[in-house]
Design a protein around this ligand. Structure first.
Ligand code: COA
Length: 382
């Protein structure tokens, strides 16, 4: 395998972007990435997208995106793994460059969720339809069951869940691309509208539009495009049972754990080497479970991390410095690339008020469904 670097990134603002179509969003993010690298050609494009067919009636995104970028003719494929589509697109691009198949590859992600489709129903198609969907369960409901399981097993409280939201909104308020640029207080979270007990409105990531793109090439060619490349040191992907009821312990995300074990092994690093992490906080409980499964905190102790300040900017291991899915927004197919961009900027020292001082190694983890798929990447300043 050839060592691979990320050399440039582009990203739209996240939010309800009614003035832009799906293709507009993709072109904005991809053009910015190409311009930042002063690149005018590509060998391949991978577009992460969960459900454009259901959200906006558009399938066949590979050629659509290449065409509207002015690059019809380039190899282009859509990659789908529900909310982990962006992470899976990054992994496909990494493999394409590492294998020697291509030299300059765009890994992108895009989702347009606010054009009128019934978002909750569309998202629910990423659950097991026969075991879960047909019974009427939605994602807030599935994660509420994970939260109840975690509370029963580890004594996690509603206050612990709320502390994750408060932290991520505090980080998001420092991110001009975030959907919610405001801080929230603990009491506001704990009295917000109940969505699926114990998860309230302010425990949920929002419904969002947005697109992101990063440019990958072999590490030994990276200086053509930037003086500060970031190396992809490890990539791991894993799956678990689709249905939550089939897991031995619903509070333990085994696909997240296994994808991390694989990424750490490829990178030759341990959880204690990670200095900044973006993890999949689609609901506040998800961040708690993910940091445990990634080994960033001990199993069962995830709920203590946000209240103690351990995962805040300035803490032992800052998590979701971008604001996470909660505050930055969650255009599902774009999220995995947005996470990689936050770590890319952190490792280059470009994260402004969100900068983790001296960060050299970072991790991003992107999850599909209720944890049925997970992708982890470990990045290092080159
Ligand atoms: N966090 C903070 N504020 C939110 C929010 C969220 N998650 N979702 C909506 N809001 C705000 C809106 O900005 C709006 O504020 P305004 O009145 O000041 O404009 C207000 O709450 C009402 O918004 P609305 O769009 O009517 O909310 P909703 O009730 O339709 O949706 C949720 C709220 C929580 C149900 C929706 O955001 C949701 O389904 N989130 C989960 C998405 C999901 O499952 N993703 C996949 C994960 S696996």
């Amino acid at each position: 395998m050839r060592p691979v670097a990320i050399v440039a990134a582009g990203m739209t603002r996240f939010g309800e972007l009614w003035q832009s179509s799906l293709r507009d969003l993709f072109v904005e993010a991809a053009s910015e990435a190409l311009a930042n690298a002063r690149a005018s050609r590509l060998d391949a494009i991978f577009v992460g997208n969960m459900a454009a067919g259901q959200f906006v009636g558009q399938e066949h995104l590979g050629p659509l995106c290449a065409d509207h970028l002015g690059m019809a003719g380039v190899a282009a494929t859509r990659i789908e793994s529900a909310c982990a589509s962006g992470g899976a697109a990054l992994r496909a691009a990494f493999a394409e460059v590492a294998s020697g198949m291509s030299d300059l590859v765009l890994a992108a992600g895009v989702e347009k969720m606010t054009d009128g489709a019934e978002a909750t129903a569309v998202l629910a198609t990423a659950a097991d339809q026969e075991a879960e969907g047909y019974q009427g369960i939605t994602f807030p409901g599935l994660y509420a069951m994970i939260a109840r399981a975690h509370m029963a097993a580890h004594g996690t409280t509603e206050q612990d869940l709320a502390a994750v939201t408060v932290k991520n909104h505090r980080h998001g308020a420092l991110n001009e691309k975030a959907q919610f640029g405001r801080t929230v207080e603990l009491a506001e979270v704990m009295t917000s509208t109940m969505v699926a007990d114990p998860l309230r409105l302010l425990h949920c990531s929002p419904v969002s539009d947005g697109a992101c793109a990063v440019l990958l090439c072999p590490l030994d060619q990276a200086r053509k495009y930037t003086d500060r490349p970031v190396k992809i040191r490890g990539s791991g992907m894993a799956t678990s049972s689709m249905a939550l009821a089939d897991r031995k312990d619903p509070a333990w995300l085994d696909a997240v754990h296994e994808s991390a074990v694989r990424a750490y092994a490829m990178a030759g690093v341990e959880p204690r080497d990670i200095q900044v992490a973006e993890v999949h906080d689609c609901f506040s409980i998800a961040e708690i479970c993910c940091i445990e499964a990634l080994g960033l905190v001990e199993r069962g102790l995830g709920a203590r991390a946000a209240p103690s300040g351990e995962t805040a900017l300035g803490g032992r291991i800052p998590v979701n410095t971008s604001g996470g899915l909660k505050a930055k927004g969650h255009p599902v197919g774009a999220t995995g690339i947005a996470q990689a961009i936050e770590i890319f900027e952190q490792l280059r020292g470009d994260a402004g008020k969100r900068q983790v001082k001296g960060a050299r190694i970072g991790l991003c983890q992107n999850m599909g469904g209720s944890g049925a798929s997970s992708v982890v990447h470990i990045l290092e300043r080159a």
